[in-house]
Ligand binder design. Sequence first.
Ligand code: NAG
Length: 609
Amino acid sequence: MISLRRRSLSRVFFIAVCAFIVRWLFFSSSPTSAAGYASHQIKEHNFIERATRPDKSLNVQRHQFLQARMGRDERDELMGAQIRNGVEDYWERFQMPYMVSKDTSSMDAQHVVGAIDQLLSLNGWVAALCPTLTRPFGQNKHEHAYDDLVREDHLYYIAIVIHSADHFLVDQLAVIVQMAKRLGTNNLFVSMLDYDSTDSTETLTDLCEAVLTLLGVPFRIRRVPGMTEDPSAAYYPLEEAHMRNLALEPLRELLQKRGIRFHRVIWLKGFTCPNDILETIKVSFVNEAAMVCGMDWAEHNGFFIFSDRWRTRDIDGDQFRQSKSSSKAEAVPPRDRLGASRYAKHLPFQVFCCESGTHVVDPEQSYYKGIEYRAGSDYHNLSRAEMVPMRDPDAPCLDSSQAWFCRDLWVRSARDAMDEVDKVNNHGAGRLARRAAVDVAAREPEVVAAREPADPNAKAPEAAEGQAQAAAGRRKPAGPGVDADANAGSDYDAMPEEEGAEPPAELDPFIDPVHLSMPNSVFRPARILVNPRCPTTYAGVSHTQLALDLFGTGEDDAFHAGVGKYVLEDWEGAPESFVCQEQRQTGGRKATKTQRRLGFSIHDELQRE
Ligand SMILES: *[C@@H]1O[C@H](CO)[C@@H](O)[C@H](O)[C@H]1NC(C)=O
């Protein structure tokens, strides 16, 4: 343990020195003025470009603004002068004398690239284990499994929010380098947002900047101050929304100013193996999914348990169980029958909402349609001497910004389907008339048809029964007593506090879900999936054991070995109610949460718009 710690300490030191050298060599003359800031903005095509063929590539050699650093902390650092002296000394004694001409100076760049390669060759870091971990369907055995994905030449946007979590960053950088190698350096854009970190994130983002600059990967690395001066006066869901929208700013700029559209946005959280991310991207494409999430496992008293129960809801709107990775079939994380049975077969399953670690979002179905991250606004600000706001029992849920995002996806998907039907019918019936229409199902027969089980072999009889029930718009009445843990407020997120743990929630009296005048099942569903083969983990997790717990020998049913392992045939409608776990007051991310079950009517949401 001690030697391990010492080793990682010396590594961190090595990185710090590397980062310093690179920063000193590359950025010592970087402009810090307002003019410098402006040069970091994405530039619009000029007149000639617009008249001819606008360049829509992510070519960093041609467009310097594609590699930008914003909000760097320029203050003098502790020991900064000493390190600078050392670097200068090293440079003058060991580097300069050997650079006799232009040819030999390029040796130096190669030297640096070599050092970075060595640093990130996934040797010694968590990622080094990735190719050795068991995965179902022999994922790791097929070297060319993702060649088709690579050939597509799609553009990917990688977004990372760092909130004092420097321990992930080097591994995440290693993953990005791997992805860049596979997908092409000009097919990625990396957006890193450092939200008011107080640890060594600053230094590590220097390293990221250096590595991405050398590899020619476009990026924007940005540091922003906290929303409130005192972190405990912040409202966490609002912070979440703020951070995420900022991390997406280049995505919008690249579309508006240069007409560049990305095919998928990848939110890196915690640590995820590169192959698992590639597979999740594949799951996303073949299902035309709006969002595909991994599963987040954290170590807890020697076990691995499902984490991030705050933001994940199964297709019945229930919270996931806080299951162990080794849990038996009846106690797996998703509670709904179909989800549980697919989880047990390691197949992607539909959910109402998820985030749980690394997740892949289709911007065409979300951000490019104007959906942004948001949060409730009628929370109680404890820093103000004001009364606790009175809230209706069915007031909007004050939950995570991801939960808002999911509901927005459901409503948007329903609205888009109706708009499409309108376009086809185009009998002059405007949107207002359409909204007044009662029987949407009659106009959208394909939605109902899609509910028929397409592959009866793939489903257990009881699952089919659950399906039929769902189709009838009747969901099981989830109340206390049905499943003691389901709504009991026993929630406790497995992540250690410093990594974003959510404290246990208190339970509000159970509120009987409303009975909807128009069932959600008649609307086109949002395609939100969880890919259980994409585990996200944290430092200190024994990945080999986790992989064994989750996937056993990794040998799976040949029936699903083909495309079947990716595709979901039947999509259910949204649940009519969900477990709303809310943060009603300020107090940072650790503020108390309360819980209630809340109705969700897509019809009502559409009326409200
Ligand atoms: C809460 O109130 C304090 C004091 O007025 C203010 O500084 C802070 O920004 C408020 N927090 C939120 C999240 O609105």
